[in-house]
Design a binder for this molecule. Structure first.
Ligand code: EPU
Length: 335
């Protein structure tokens, strides 16, 4: 276990904000995590758990304890003719998990290639891209209850998954700290290629490697590399509206893209709404709206969390005034 005081989180958030935390605790095992959870000082302090910090916006220095898991490991815990169940430590880098599966010929997560972050946070967030969400392959999530210290295995149906939603984000549930995720991966070819240009890029005879390469190429074309330009991917969620509202909006804006979603709702790309309001490629001080993807806010270097939040607020206001649609941040604000 490593404990650091007054520690810079700059390498731990992909906006590269130079904020500090009063305490930073990294644990390597479940035993160490249990020690931390039972510690009285920990229980009295404000605390938050991070992964790779690729979906976070720190508004200030953090006056509490930031926890980070270094529980690693990828292990096949069940196998039959058709599939394997891969148990993955929460601290594994997500894209390394995808690479591991693709190398072994296991299908299911190749569309989630190059998503920044770690496996535990992927299960909190229900990461998704190119027609696949993590919940589609999750068998279960192993986690410690932060209040009772009990470990529980949550089958996927108990995880409350929805679009970028889960019980692990729900403030009405006991806080849980994820230690492992269990993924069912298929040994038999099963591809999801109907999102955007993915199918076209991959061609008529898809392979796992080709799908992974195509997803990586598309992401590199559209999304800024956080190692080069600070960002946290999509800043807002794509809003869901009722079918009737979507029809009315389409009458006014016939070119507006719409996608059918669950429960009869319609998904409207937030990037389109933001672009229509004139923000795409614009810069406000050190904060920018990425010129190839209007849903991504970038830190050109030197921006503060507050400045990024202000730009986000002006985008929200403009989209609401123009379209009557309220954008909700996908990025988690930490105060
Ligand atoms: N569009 C615009 N302007 C833009 C960009 C996009 O009008 O600047 C419109 C186009 O009509 C395009 C549509 O928006 O067809 C969708 O764009 P894109 O395929 O780039 O996807 P997205 O809806 O903006 C979502 C996820 C991404 C994920 C991609 C691909 C959310 C919030 N974001 O973005 O996830 O990579 O789909 O599946 O759902 C992330 O969560 O951080 C993330 C990057």
């Amino acid at each position: 276990m490593q404990i650091k005081q007054n520690y810079s989180l700059e390498p731990h958030n992909t906006f590269h904000l130079p904020v500090k935390t009063r305490w930073f605790m990294e644990y390597d095992s479940e035993d160490d995590l249990k020690k931390i959870l039972r510690d009285e000082y920990f229980q009295e302090c404000l605390s938050t758990h991070i992964g790779a910090g690729s979906n976070l916006l720190f508004l200030n220095d953090y006056n509490g304890i930031v926890l980070h898991s270094r529980i690693r490991g990828m292990e096949v815990v069940a196998e039959d003719e058709a599939s394997v169940v891969l148990r993955v430590g929460a601290g594994e880098v997500w894209d390394e998990v995808v690479a591991y599966a693709v190398e072994r010929g296991w299908h299911g997560i190749e569309n989630l290639s190059l998503i920044p972050g770690e496996a535990g946070a992927a299960a909190v967030q229900n990461i998704g891209a190119y027609g696949v969400e993590l919940k589609d392959v999750l068998v279960s999530v192993e986690a410690y209850n932060q209040l009772t210290f009990e470990k529980k295995i949550f089958p996927v149906e108990d995880c409350g998954y929805g679009y970028r939603e889960s019980r692990f984000k729900d403030p009405h549930q006991d806080p849980q700290i994820i230690t492992q995720v269990n993924l069912r991966l298929s040994k038999r070819p099963a591809f999801t290629l109907d999102y955007g240009q993915l199918g076209e890029r991959v061609g008529a005879e898809p392979t796992l490697r080709a799908v992974r390469d195509a997803v990586i190429a598309i992401r590199r074309e559209k999304l800024p590399d956080p190692a080069v330009l600070g960002n946290a991917g999509s800043f807002f969620k794509n809003p869901m509206v009722d079918a009737g509202d979507a029809l009315r909006l389409r009458e006014r804006y016939p070119e507006m893209p719409v996608y059918p979603a669950a429960d009869g709702k319609v998904k409207i790309p937030a990037a389109w709404l933001i672009e229509q309001c004139g923000f795409k490629g614009k810069r406000h001080g050190d904060v920018g709206v990425y010129d190839k993807q209007a849903l991504v806010l970038v830190n050109y270097g030197g921006a503060t969390g507050d400045e990024i939040a202000l730009v986000a607020e002006s985008i929200r206001t403009a989209v609401n005034e123009h379209f009557g649609i309220e954008l909700m941040p996908e990025v988690k604000y930490i105060v």
